[in-house]
Design a binder for this molecule. Structure first.
Ligand SMILES: NC(=O)C1=CN([C@@H]2O[C@H](COP(=O)(O)OP(=O)(O)OC[C@H]3O[C@@H](n4cnc5c(N)ncnc54)[C@H](OP(=O)(O)O)[C@@H]3O)[C@@H](O)[C@H]2O)C=CC1
Ligand SMILES: CCCCCC(=O)/C=C/[C@@H]1[C@@H](C/C=C\CCCC(=O)O)[C@@H](O)C[C@H]1O
Length: 297
């Protein structure tokens, strides 16, 4: 019998998340049935959406993990293989091949890729894929263009910056005097309104997130952006990474190829110990991470 530990939301977050909003609970897992497998989390992802997206009190905090299969009654998921899934902050999971909330079943990580397992929550996971699709497919960068990225040192932003340089773009963290062709927006609010003022005609804006608003209790008021949008004929497109789910393997393959060629570098801020997951989460919200914020169990 395995005892799983899990982080459960016991109070709705209000303002900056507090330790008293969550609780570590234990759950005795039943024996696995035919078609199921038991896996042990090795890495857990802490992400801004865990603050932004409404979650129900009593639920396990949502999130992705890389886990090792330790028992199996499903030949497609043999013992010893690793999977990446989206099943919440929990040390052990009993899973089968049903899809997670992202609409995909647990994905076996190939043994022969020669990259760290943790990368499947970062550069080869949802954040790296958000950079790949949100920048390359939405912004369609061309050599010589000026790119501005907000939250540029974070998980998504740090990959976008490297992809921009690989495309011979000029990647900047702040607004550029000569004007901006592409704005990759992770932050929203006032900073974004300022960047919009510096956009060139026909500029493109990929809206990935708006972290400046996630911990705010009051609705945020920002300057009018429509004048710039119209007068400079800008294109602004928001996305959720699940939109690209049918093309994930392309993004993983390309990011892995660039990683091996040294054209992409993966930065990770790793916190050790499941019990410290909430701390890792709030550290990330405070901007203490460089690259992807993760927990190693
Ligand atoms: N659309 C999608 O499918 C996805 C969207 N996202 C979004 O992408 C963005 C970046 O996520 P991710 O790369 O995982 O996270 P990061 O690794 O960038 O971590 C969050 C960073 O945001 C910055 N930050 C925190 N609070 C504020 C604030 N009030 N104002 C400005 N900056 C702040 C901090 O960096 P610092 O303060 O040091 O600049 C912090 O390090 C988020 O908005 C997230 O919601 C992420 C994944 C998928
Ligand atoms: C609701 C605020 C989302 C902010 C953008 C963001 O960080 C997205 C991250 C996605 C995350 C989205 C989670 C909930 C979205 C609601 C739609 C749904 O799926 O029911 C998840 O899709 C993986 C992250 O990359």
């Amino acid at each position: 019998m395995v005892k799983a530990k899990k982080f459960v939301l016991i109070n709705q977050f209000s303002g900056f998340p507090k330790e008293s909003d969550v609780e570590i609970q234990e759950e005795e897992l039943p024996e696995i049935k035919d078609g199921e497998f038991l896996c042990e989390s090795l890495y857990i992802s802490v992400d801004p959406y865990q603050r932004a997206y409404p979650q129900k009190t009593g639920d396990v905090i949502m999130g992705s993990q890389v886990a090792k299969i330790i028992e199996s009654k499903n030949p497609e998921y043999p013992v010893g293989k690793h999977v990446v899934g989206h099943y919440g902050w929990k040390t052990h999971h009993i899973l089968d091949n049903s899809p997670s909330r992202l609409g995909i079943p647990p994905k076996i990580i190939p043994d022969d890729l020669g990259v760290n397992l943790s990368h499947f929550l970062g550069v080869l996971g949802l954040t790296g894929l958000s950079a790949y699709f949100g920048f390359l497919k939405i912004c369609r960068p061309k050599a010589g263009e000026t790119v501005v990225i907000s939250a540029a040192a974070g998980a998504v932003g740090s990959i976008v910056g490297q992809l921009a340089k690989n495309r011979q773009c000029k990647a900047l963290k702040e607004s550029a005097p000569e004007g901006v062709d592409i704005y990759f927006d992770n932050v929203g609010g006032e900073i974004s309104a300022i960047v919009l003022k510096h956009m060139k005609e026909y500029g493109r804006i990929s809206v990935c997130g708006s972290i400046s608003s996630y911990n705010e209790k009051e609705e945020i008021r920002v300057p009018l952006v429509q004048r710039d949008m119209v007068s400079k004929q800008l294109k602004m497109e928001g996305f959720l990474i699940k939109q690209f789910v049918d093309y994930f393997s392309e993004g993983v393959y390309e990011n892995a190829r660039w990683l091996k060629q040294g054209k992409l570098k993966s930065k990770e801020t790793i916190t050790k110990g499941f019990e410290n997951t909430f701390q890792a989460f709030t550290n990330m919200l405070r901007g203490k991470n460089f690259g992807k914020a993760l927990v190693e169990l």
